[in-house]
Design a binder for this molecule. Structure first.
Ligand SMILES: [Zn+2]
Length: 360
């Protein structure tokens, strides 16, 4: 009797243990099945995204039509090489990778790239369409990266401008040239080469006039003539004005009001500089220019990032300084952009009739 009861208890215990084992086994099976399903989902998502990417790539490759290619380059979300999120360890991704916030106005960037394409193909020295495309690729801007704009005043001036352009070309760098209108006629090929390298052209008046000493009509003539010349010769619209001697009327004066009104009429921004190389100072050597430009802070405590640097393409020492400065700045991670690009990428943006940068 006692034994039977004991036996029954054991049997019941065995049954319970078996039930628990079965339950555990079922749970394990479910877990394995679940993990398998998750893996399958991940696999399918991965394969589908690979196919989508391949199809897109195929489509891009098919678009060999240069304008379409340029448009694609222009609209390519910036920066282009933002890494896509890699396979996350937790839940399978359901949403498409997020595009980075666009800090560059898309319309402006498209226009800028199309203008560059036109200038490179018309005036540049590239072996074929692929070479132009590669150059354009190099001119892509990372809006979040370090940038500065190198500017040259008073040219085009032979043979200095050629040498400056040689340095820019060798380093795949670009700059902005504030030219004198009267010099363009004798140096058309230099202006063409500037455009062909992706540089920007700004207005430094026709004969380096002091705008404060001119009447409103004379101001419009000296500035407007240069703009007209650039358009008739190169189909190029100038949008930057750098008044000679940094003279554009004191704040609150009629002169200032008129110059600002003129800039607006002509769709131009008035642009000075933030850091001068002092190359126009007789006692300044190339090494002193280099030290001054590379200094971490200027007299006003401003850093080098987003600077507008002032040089003149009319001194031999400026050429010597550029040979050192351009690679040095690139090595420090600066993108050497044009003034319009710098302003368009800035928080305030580029606006006609605005005055930019206090000169030092
Ligand atoms: Zn000047």
């Amino acid at each position: 009797m006692e034994l039977d009861r004991e036996e029954a208890r054991r049997r019941a215990a065995r049954k319970r243990a078996a039930a628990i084992r079965k339950k555990k086994l079922r749970r394990r099976r479910l877990m394995v099945l679940g993990a398998g399903a998750l893996l399958l989902v991940l696999l399918v998502v991965g394969v589908v995204s690979l196919i989508v990417r391949a199809v897109n790539k195929g489509r891009q490759a098919a678009a060999l039509e240069p304008t379409a290619a340029v448009a694609a380059l222009a609209t390519a979300a910036l920066p282009a090489d933002t890494p896509l999120p890699t396979a996350a360890p937790t839940p399978a991704p359901t949403a498409v990778p997020v595009t980075p916030p666009l800090t560059i106005q898309e319309d402006w960037y498209r226009e800028r790239t199309e203008q560059l394409y036109k200038n490179l193909t018309t005036y540049g020295n590239y072996s074929d369409a692929a070479a132009v495309y590669t150059a354009l690729e190099e001119m892509q801007i990372d809006p979040n990266g370090k940038k500065l704009a190198i500017t040259f005043d008073d040219g085009p001036y032979s043979p200095i401008t050629e040498q400056i352009l040689d340095v820019l070309e060798a380093n795949h760098a670009r700059a902005t040239f504030f030219v004198k209108g009267a010099y363009i006629d004798f140096n058309k090929e230099l202006v063409a080469r500037e455009l062909g390298l992706g540089c920007e052209i700004g207005n430094h008046t026709t004969n380096h006039e002091d705008l404060e000493k001119l009447s409103p009509a004379e101001r419009r003539a000296t500035v407007g003539d240069l703009n007209d010349k650039m358009y008739s010769l190169f189909g190029y619209r100038v949008h930057l004005l750098r008044p000679p001697y940094i003279k554009y009327g004191d704040k609150g004066t009629e002169t200032r009001t008129d110059i600002v009104a003129m800039a607006k009429e002509y769709e131009m921004a008035i642009v000075n500089h933030t850091r001068s190389s002092h190359d126009s100072h007789d006692d300044y050597t190339a090494q002193m220019m280099i030290d001054r430009i590379l200094a971490e802070k200027d007299e006003l405590g401003r850093g080098l990032n987003n600077s507008i640097l002032l040089f003149h393409d009319k001194y031999q020492k400026t050429v010597e300084a550029m040979k050192v400065l351009i690679p040095a700045l690139q090595q420090q991670g600066y993108q050497l952009v044009t003034v319009s690009e710098l302003l368009n990428c800035s928080q305030e943006g580029l606006h006609y009739g605005w005055i930019y940068s206090k000169a030092d």
